[in-house]
Structures are given as C-alpha cells and as structure tokens.
Design a protein around this ligand. Structure first.
Ligand SMILES: [Fe+2]
Length: 266
C-alpha cells in the first residue's frame, strides 16, 4: 500500500486555492500524484500502484477524470488498467508512445482540457523515447505545475536508457524555459543521492548543502530551485565546466559528462 506523504504542499500554500496535489509514495521511491481541482476535476499521474490510488479516492469520495502517464515503464503504468476499469476515466499518453490501453493520445506541445484545467504535454525524450512532462498552466494568482516523470528529479535527471545525451539536454532545456515559480513534481525520490553527487562537482554550492542538511525532500520543487541546485541543469555554469576541466565545451557535452559520472556514482 502506498504511503501518503504527510506534508502536503498545495497551491493554497502558494497563495491560491484552486488545486490540491497529494503526493503518494509507492514501491521504494516512486511518487504518484493526485490532483484535485476545486471544480471537481481529479486526475492522477503515473499510478504505478493502483491500491494506493484507490485508497485515497475512496477516503475522499472522489471521481477520477483522467490518468496521465509520463512514459511506458512498468513502475509508472502498471496500476493504470485497474484504476481505469474501476473509475471509467480516460488514460492519456504521448501519441506514438509504448504505453498500451491509451484512450487519448496527444502530441508534443498540444493542450488537453479537463474541464477548466488545461494540461499541456511536453515531449521530453531522454530517459525513454516516449518520456513526456505534463504542464498544468497557472490559474489566476497561482503557480503552474509540471509533472516530470523520470525526466527531471529533484536535484537530478533520469538515466539515458533510449536516447543520447544531446536529446536529453534539449528536453531539459524545454523544462528550464518554463516560468521560474512552476512547481515541479518528479516521478522518484532520488534527492539525497542527487545532492550528494552534486557536491562532488560543486562542493561549495550552499543551496545544495542547505537542502541536503535539511533532509526535507518532499515534492514539489520549483524551476528556480532546480536551476540553483540541480547539477544537470547547471551544465551551463562556468564553475561546473571548470570543475570538470571542460571550460570551453558545449553545454550538451558537459551535461553528457555529468550524466556519465552520475551513472558511476550510483
Ligand atoms: Fe522510468
């Protein structure tokens, strides 16, 4: 059974009141997200564990509108069929993805409307060829949200299983271009090891030191925080290039070296 992370960060905590996002921990380190819009729209992202989702839907008396899937890996999709069967909701994924049982396929940059909730799919190949992120645009006075699957983690990024480093770097660039206050909801909790790795490259990064010391890794992060603390997004920084002895290398090659070192680090 999944465990609901007790400290829920919501739009209301950011000054709004239109959405509530509940983070559900599943398996060893997966995150499932349940998003409730005040107008009654409810969707879930990557329900790898259907039991965890059923528990919270039942406890709150919610009716699910949609299941959003970020890529085809088993730990993200294996509960989707059962959740769909029980709720009758639609399953959404990238057009052409390897996910089976999809009801609505959307392409890169296309927007889907779930009642008043507008969800834009960003194709972000790198971890897998069919990896996507879902961007929920901001309601008035509130922050947008980005569900990143295994593309971007708090302090890290996914392993390159089906694509090359340049492809992933371009995908991370799409994410970095989103508004700074966008709330980031990743698919796994690898935060501690990501920060420990980052400090092997940037031992003087005080923001990373502070977050690692706090031990508070509960989602969401933000785009601005990731730019400050995610070593992979910092491949553009002169300090990082110097630390890798790659002062004049293109950003994508610096990223590739960081990814290679992280694969060895663990
Ligand atoms: Fe994955």
């Amino acid at each position: 059974m999944g465990k609901i992370i007790p400290r829920l960060k919501t739009f209301s905590e950011q000054g709004g009141c239109m959405n509530r996002v509940t983070t559900i921990r599943a398996f060893d380190d997966n995150f499932i997200y349940l998003c409730e819009h005040v107008g009654g729209v409810v969707f879930v992202v990557d329900p790898g564990d259907s039991t965890a989702v059923f528990d919270i839907l039942k406890a709150r008396g919610l009716t699910l509108s949609a299941i959003l899937l970020t890529h085809h890996h088993f730990d993200h999709v294996q509960g989707a069929g059962r959740v769909k069967s029980a709720s009758g909701c639609e399953v959404v994924a990238l057009r052409g993805s390897r996910v089976s049982g999809v009801d609505r396929c959307i392409g890169d940059g296309e927007t889907m409307e779930l009642g008043p909730v507008r969800v834009r799919l960003l194709a972000t190949p790198g971890h897998t060829a069919d990896s996507v992120c879902y961007y929920v645009g901001p309601f008035e006075g509130e922050c947008g949200m980005l569900f990143t699957g295994d593309t971007l983690f708090t302090g890290g990024c996914g392993r390159l299983l089906e694509c090359d480093a340049r492809t992933m770097w371009d995908s991370l660039g799409k994410i970095a271009a989103l508004p700074e206050d966008t709330l980031v909801y990743p698919g796994h909790d690898y935060t501690q090891e990501n920060y420990e790795f980052a400090l092997t490259i940037e031992p003087g990064n005080k923001a990373v030191q502070g977050l690692l010391g706090s031990g508070d890794f509960a989602p969401p992060s933000t785009i601005s925080r990731e730019k400050e603390t995610n070593i992979f997004l910092r491949a553009t920084c002169g300090e990082v290039k110097a630390a890798l002895a790659m002062p004049d290398a293109p950003d994508s090659e610096v990223f590739a070296e960081l990814r290679r070192r992280k694969d060895i680090f663990g």
